[in-house]
Design a protein around this ligand. Structure first.
Ligand SMILES: [Zn+2]
Length: 311
């Protein structure tokens, strides 16, 4: 019997997997437990929101809507890889799904049978993550978001002693569902699949002590980076005023936001545009997404690409 983790153990499981957690309102007590049972737990389910923008998506998943009251999941995973905890307990995310799939997930048997029945109460048995994506098959999934999905799921699996086979997509559970889907990284990137997510979860579970740790990158100095972002674009040629800009450019290139040829240490117009795209991905808009690095967006980029930020 896998009793549900306590709310604090759930939060610790995600944080312990290296994912940034944002706690929203009274999430530990916000649930649908008055409508039906919660637990025993059988697995983790991944969804896409069919929305854009972090604030709007988080709010919707917390409150729900007229025909489907919230919470609509436990955690919302935004495009910068943070998990926003919106509810804990029974939540309206999984609906009725296939009992044969439930049996297979419980036994961690693969491949999963086809989900052609709707006879089992998914909201009872699954932890649910809604991940910010339009779900139109075109909206790209940033690498940092895909990694956060795998890490959050792996953290919960580790806490329960489960393997990667305990992680499924809504599309594998309920007839007619298509989530999650879309390209990874950029519009023409490879498709996100549950097989890829499970493979990464398995790696993370195996990999408690990475055998070949990468050499640490030097920290990025925020004030020197900001100075470069303010002055470099206007300079002729491509002079490097702060070498740390290259670390940030490499991360932006890995996110598919900057062409590799512009990762040259010069914080020029292209880099500024790429940084603006990163800020939007982090949920900023208007003058908050101006291409001049701020502490929070830079820290998020650093978490995903292995550098720290100093003032
Ligand atoms: Zn779904």
């Amino acid at each position: 019997m896998a009793l549900p983790l306590s709310a604090s153990a759930f939060r610790a499981a995600i944080k312990g997997a290296g994912v940034t957690v944002v706690e929203v309102g009274n999430w530990t007590r916000h649930n649908r437990n008055h409508k039906g049972p919660w637990g025993p737990m059988r697995g983790v389910m991944i969804h896409h929101t069919v929305t854009s923008g972090t604030a709007h998506s988080v709010d919707l998943c917390r409150r729900g809507h007229a025909t489907l009251p919230g919470p609509l999941c436990h955690g919302v995973i935004d495009k910068s890889g943070r998990v926003h905890l919106v509810g804990y307990g029974r939540a309206n995310h999984a609906g009725l799904g296939d009992g044969d799939v439930l049996a297979a997930v419980t036994a961690e048997r693969s491949p999963l049978p086809a989900d052609n029945e709707a006879d089992a109460d998914g909201n009872r048995y699954f932890y649910g993550f809604e991940c910010v994506n339009m779900g139109d098959g075109e909206d790209p999934w940033p690498q940092v978001q895909v990694e956060a999905i795998a890490r959050a799921a792996a953290g919960i699996c580790r806490a329960h002693g489960w393997g990667a086979e305990s992680v499924i997509g809504h599309m594998e559970w309920q007839p007619g569902k298509i989530d999650p889907r879309g390209p990874i990284g950029h519009r023409s990137g490879p498709a996100l699949t549950m097989a890829k997510i499970r493979a990464r979860v398995e790696q993370l579970l195996d990999d408690d002590t990475p055998s070949k740790p990468k050499p640490p990158k030097p920290p990025v100095d925020l004030s020197r980076l900001v100075a470069a972002a303010r002055t470099d674009p206007a300079k002729p040629g491509a002079p490097v005023s702060y070498a740390g800009a290259r670390i940030v450019e490499d991360a932006l290139a890995a996110e598919g936001l900057l062409a590799k040829k512009y990762a040259d240490g010069h914080f020029g117009t292209q880099t500024k545009a790429a940084y603006r795209a990163w800020q939007r991905r982090c949920g900023y808009s208007g003058t908050d997404a101006d291409g001049i690095p701020g502490r929070d967006s830079l820290a998020a980029l650093g978490r995903a690409h292995g550098f720290t930020v100093t003032a």
